[in-house]
Design a protein around this ligand. Sequence first.
Ligand SMILES: Nc1ncnc2c1ncn2[C@@H]1O[C@H](COP(=O)(O)OP(=O)(O)O)[C@@H](O)[C@H]1O
Ligand SMILES: [Mg+2]
Length: 386
Amino acid sequence: MLNSVGRSARCGHPLHAFATENKKHFGSQHAFDQNLLFTFIDRARKLGYTLGMVKGDSKRIVVVTGIGDFKPSEIKAVLKRRDAVAEGLRASGYDVKYFEIYQDEFFQDKRGAISEIKKLSPDCVFNLFEGFCGDSKTEVDLVRLMEEEKMPFTGNGSSALETCLNKFTTKKLLRENGIKVPSGIQVKDPADIEKNGIDFPVFIKPIFEDASLGIDKKSLAADKEELKGAIEDKLRQFPRGLIVEEFIPGREYNAGFIGGHPYELVGLSVLDYGQYPECDNFLSFKAKWEARTKEYKKLIPDILDEKDARYKNEVVEISRRASKILGCSCYFRVDCREKGEELYILDVNPNPDISPDSGFVRQANLKGLTYDQIVAKIAHYGLKAR
Ligand SMILES: Nc1ncnc2c1ncn2[C@@H]1O[C@H](COP(=O)(O)OP(=O)(O)O)[C@@H](O)[C@H]1O
Ligand SMILES: [Mg+2]
């Protein structure tokens, strides 16, 4: 994009005059950074220049989604997100095509999906595929195939996705690399807790889920009896295994990033549970998703601003280090909580939800980025990174 603008200005393109006039606002061409470029495009658009004129040659982006055995409301959400992303891409002048991966076909022939995508001649795939129910590794499979084919795509690579799918492996890797994580054990059978000395309170969560699935009142256990009850209950729902770990009681932070290491910080929030004694002091499923509950209404993260500079720097620093260790790139979110003065990483989410009303997007909006800019930044990274 940078080159397109530069080239346009040099060769007498209609935007030349606009670029020259606006030098005082945007600096020299060489000083353009990506944010300035987006501002430039917005201004140009307001003055009636079309995006084709701004962008020059238009790259084709194929937006890929998965349609599986989902509830109708889930399919609606997938398509709504896809359409929002496509609109954001079109606003930046990209030529956008869609490709839907259907569950049965994908299970029969994974490479077939890649061949079909290739027929659409993408310069980049905008990967919104989250895998299919019952086999979350399908998300990794698609990305691995795109890597093998050297097909540019947005989002995280297969290695980061695969590591972060398993919360226990993620913790192990972070601990081995000097990052503080809650100490804990893997539980696949109720007998596993007898083999280990456990300090209470503990937190119990599924190893292979996200979005607070399986996180409810029973996730916080104060003694062995509560722990046993929770384990029996949760293993029935999540037979692939649980983590039982130290409960980290302090404020919770969430940082959102875009790009490659050292990563651009696009959102930072804090939740101080001390202010809501009437609510659970963790983000359960209902706190994230059930709009009628008091937890949903009250537990709303605040933006961590400059007043909290010390925390801000520490949260950003530890989140960046953890993400680098896990090989994250393009866009992701990191959760951590504090115990005393120390920060503990709880969870790293590569390819988080980027629906217009998602936490990632709301955080980035508060940092001054529009939805179109967020989508364009992600696409820009996908196009140039691989
Ligand atoms: N060890 C812990 N101590 C305290 N709270 C925790 C711990 N682990 C998870 N939580 C709480 O549960 C929420 C969801 O857990 P998390 O590991 O982030 O999984 P998910 O992938 O479902 O977001 C967190 O946002 C946090 O509020
Ligand atoms: Mg989380």
